[in-house]
Design a protein around this ligand. Structure first.
Ligand SMILES: [Zn+2]
Length: 845
């Protein structure tokens, strides 16, 4: 009897809470019973717990199984092998006809095809959530949005099902989202604690914001350094959505933000004004109404940057669609106090749900308009290209096939048309070899992406940048390029095949590999791992090789057949494996007597020590920089690297390692005894690779003695109204801009570079003077260094007097200071080799 009563009470409670939940999210809706509710699958109401990604996908799979209006597709996998899924929802006829809808929609993207009749074409709406894993309300809202769209009997839901194909991407960053999900759930109290200081609201390092490699995926839509965005962009170009919603969270004390963003200052120069001035306002009316209906406050037109093409809300704008950023004040956890009272997780989810529905509604109501805009966008791209002085660009580095291929791949991934170059060209004083360079015509539908890749922008309508102010990808890849007036050649559709050179069986004195290729470090690492003894030349020589006379510049690898622990056969096997793996050409010589320059037994050729690298990570260090280095060593070299938490540094014996990496950060927690150990190890031959502000710490501890630039500040205004103070301080920052560096190609840090001009990426206001040791500043700046982006005149003066990379000799050891970040966002292929050189040749500096 008692048991029965309890059951009835529980049942009543359950009905009551289900009703309360429905009233909170959907007060006036009637739902079909054929579609399972989130509660029936999850066993809790959306917002009561953070939903694990596998359960989120599980619910989507259930919807696809139960409904003929839904289909679940897998577009890729994360680093931790979570599936990246898209739930497609539309009326039954559309779901069974998706391929026809898709190919018909793609006709809009190609202005050479006749314009299709758009009146019957559904809107393609992509709702993409939780690209920042610790901004979880989006992913939860995706559950409710999918349920509403499939189950609601309302006229609006029917209209959307009939006139749109909705593609729901529950989390662009599932690995990071689960990191945060587990964090929030494992600290949830009963009752939950709203105090912002509670552990639930303060994640440890690395935060859920970033992916497996600690990358911010909302910066990766342009670089495509990460698997998540590689999959997403490949999928994107199969659909070219009309509208893309990108759902974020911001500080707990804020309200809600939707576009339009700040006029001019935070807009991208290649995007048509119509997008900002007309379309954004059209859509904003829907979002305002949706939030007004539930009395939620919001703001528009202030801050939030919309210019960098690597954002999920900007890239669609450069693809003829409308990208929309939404920002919800975060409860970061289940409930958190704010200046306006407690913010619940449910509250944040409801706002995202309402704007999700409004995005679909606007997409459907403005359907024909958006289809016509999509066509117009690609048509005007060609008209605008016709007015551009640059009819195209020629690019290619004849010494680095791998870097050419990486850049070609980036262009092809973004659907940019590329032509083969079948003649030797000299343009703007640079020469481009036939077969080793390519041409990108301006006149093509992706003209605006062509500009994004090649154009250098140095004038701006604003001086405050939320992020980068320059993103010229050709410079990031260190790619020689020039404008072209005549563009012709055969279009390439895929990466050209690669043919490698390897010496025939024979008796050789040594094998040789040029260090100029991007993947040469991968080759070296695999040889060293196989136990091969490898040497490097500090001077150029010309050898009589199996392929004839060949010059080997400084940095080239020499593998003598003597002094090896491996048999000749084993050595060849190791060489071949490494060459195939890294795509390297191997040469061999039967004599140590060179045709020109030093001989193979010269003192300028020395053994390469196998590096053993330790990087300090964890609270206090930069998760982005550390992630960039980890990703670089994993994916570009394949070298294991020990990551030690800063709090564990006291247990490290540095003498077990050759190299210590310090990223930007706060190292004040390192104890005096560990600093003494560090100094001892350094002075006995250790190598420290120090990034940006870590160099400041080394300086403050007296470990290095360098000097800062102390240029007089430019005279600013006497006083500034308080309301403008934020803008003034923003203008003094260096938000991310590109400079021309001067590289000493004879320095071990410059090995593998033929050109002394090197673009570098700077986003710091740290100015180190060149080293007093005249030969230890491998990268300084050219006389007029600014290549792209915003910098204040005072900062530009300081840059001219400072250095980009310098080396401090400390007794037998050295510190290599990278004041500019050579690995920025996994996309600075042009400067990565400086970093590789620091790893492999550090002890030669
Ligand atoms: Zn975000």
């Amino acid at each position: 009897m008692q048991k029965k009563l309890l059951l009835i009470t529980l049942l009543l409670l359950h009905i009551y809470s289900a009703k309360a939940q429905k009233e909170y999210y959907f007060p006036e809706e009637t739902f079909s019973n054929d579609i399972p509710s989130p509660y029936s699958y999850l066993g809790y109401h959306v917002g009561e717990w953070h939903t694990r990604y596998d359960r989120l996908v599980g619910y989507f799979q259930l919807l696809a199984d139960k409904s003929d209006m839904a289909e679940l597709i897998t577009i890729g996998y994360t680093n931790q092998l979570r599936p990246l899924v898209v739930l497609v929802i539309s009326k039954k006829e559309n779901i069974s006809n998706l391929e026809y809808i898709r190919t018909n929609h793609l006709k809009l993207v190609d202005p050479t095809l006749p314009m299709p009749d758009v009146s019957g074409m559904p809107a393609i709406v992509n709702l993409a959530y939780s690209v920042h894993g610790n901004e979880p309300s989006g992913g939860e809202a995706s559950i409710l949005t999918a349920y509403w769209l499939l189950a609601s009997q309302s006229d609006l839901a029917k209209e959307i099902r009939n006139n749109a194909v909705v593609m729901i991407d529950p989390a662009i960053n599932p690995d990071g989202r689960d990191r945060h999900t587990n964090w929030a759930n494992m600290h949830k109290g009963t009752p939950p604690v709203a105090d912002p200081l509670d552990r639930e609201h303060n994640e440890i390092w690395p935060s859920g914001r970033v992916n497996h490699y600690w990358f911010d995926l909302n910066r990766d839509w342009l670089p495509l350094a990460q698997v998540e965005l590689q999959s997403k962009i490949a999928w994107y170009h199969t659909w070219y959505p009309n509208v893309v919603g990108d759902f974020h969270e911001m500080g707990t004390n804020a309200t809600y933000f939707f576009e339009p963003t700040k006029p001019f200052g935070s807009e991208n120069p290649v995007i048509p004004r119509k997008n900002y001035e007309e379309i954004n306002n059209k859509f904003a009316a829907y979002f305002a109404k949706a939030l007004d209906d539930i009395g939620s406050l919001y703001w528009t037109k202030e801050v939030f940057d919309n210019s960098y093409p690597g954002y999920g809300s900007t890239y669609p704008d450069i693809q003829g669609g409308l990208g929309l950023v939404f920002e919800q004040a975060s409860s970061r956890g289940h409930i958190q106090s704010s200046q306006r009272g407690d913010i619940t997780f449910q509250f944040t989810i409801r706002n995202q749900l309402k704007t999700s529905i409004a995005t679909m509604e606007a997409g459907v109501k403005e359907r024909e308009y958006m289809h016509k805009y999509l066509r117009e966008y690609f048509q005007t791209a060609i008209t605008e290209a016709g007015k551009d002085k640059a009819k195209g660009y020629v690019f290619g580095d004849e010494t680095d096939e791998s870097r050419n291929r990486l850049f070609l791949k980036l262009l092809l991934d973004h659907k940019i048309k590329v032509l083969e170059n079948d003649k030797d060209i000299i343009s703007e004083g640079k020469s481009f070899k036939k077969g080793k360079s390519w041409i990108v015509p301006s006149s093509q539908p992706q003209y605006r992406m062509v500009r994004t890749m090649f154009e250098k922008v140095t004038t701006f309508s604003d001086s405050v940048f939320y992020d980068a102010s320059s993103w010229t990808m050709a410079l990031a890849y260190g790619m020689p390029y020039a404008t072209q007036t005549i563009v012709s050649g055969k279009e390439i559709k895929e990466l050209p095949s690669q043919t490698l050179t390897f010496p025939a069986d024979g008796k050789y004195v040594a094998y040789m590999v040029d260090w100029s290729d991007y993947f040469a470090p991968k080759f070296l690492h695999h040889l060293q791992s196989a136990g091969v003894h490898v040497e490097v030349t500090a001077q150029t020589f010309t050898s009589n090789t199996d392929q004839g006379s060949k010059e080997f510049p400084a940095g080239s690898l020499v593998i003598p057949t003597a002094f090896q622990k491996l048999s000749q056969e084993e050595l060849r096997k190791a060489l071949k494996e490494a060459a195939v793996l890294a795509g390297q050409n191997v040469f061999a010589s039967t004599t140590g007597f060179s045709l020109k320059g030093i001989d193979l037994g010269s003192g300028s050729i020395s053994a390469i020590q196998k590096p053993k690298v330790l990087m300090l990570v964890g609270q206090g260090t930069s998760q982005y920089e550390a992630g960039e280095i980890w990703h670089l060593m994993d994916t570009k070299v394949g070298m294991p690297m020990t990551k030690v938490d800063l709090s564990m540094f006291g247990r490290v014996n540095l003498f077990d390692y050759t190299t210590l990496i310090l990223t930007s950060g706060n190292y004040s927690s390192i104890s005096p005894s560990q600093i003494a150990h560090l100094k001892d190890w350094l002075s006995r031959g250790g190598t420290i690779i120090s990034m940006r502000s870590a160099s400041q710490w080394l300086q403050s501890q007296g470990i290095v003695q360098e000097e800062f630039v102390t240029a007089e500040e430019a005279k600013g205004p006497e006083s500034v109204p308080f309301a403008d103070s934020r803008n003034l301080s923003g203008a003094q920052e260096i938000g991310g801009s590109i400079y021309l560096g001067k590289l000493d190609t004879t320095h071990p840090l410059g090995f593998g570079y033929k050109n002394s001009e090197i673009p570098v990426y700077r986003n710091t206001t740290l100015f180190f003077k060149p080293s007093k040791n005249k030969s230890q500043t491998p990268v300084r700046y050219s006389a007029n260094p600014l290549l792209g982006g915003y910098v204040s005149p005072a900062n530009l003066e300081k840059i001219k007097q400072s250095s980009s990379v310098l080396v401090s000799k400390v007794s037998q050891g050295r510190v290599i200071h990278f004041i500019d970040n050579p690995n920025f966002r996994g996309t600075w292929f042009g400067t990565n080799k400086l970093f590789f050189n620091a790893i492999f040749f550090g002890n030669k500096m």
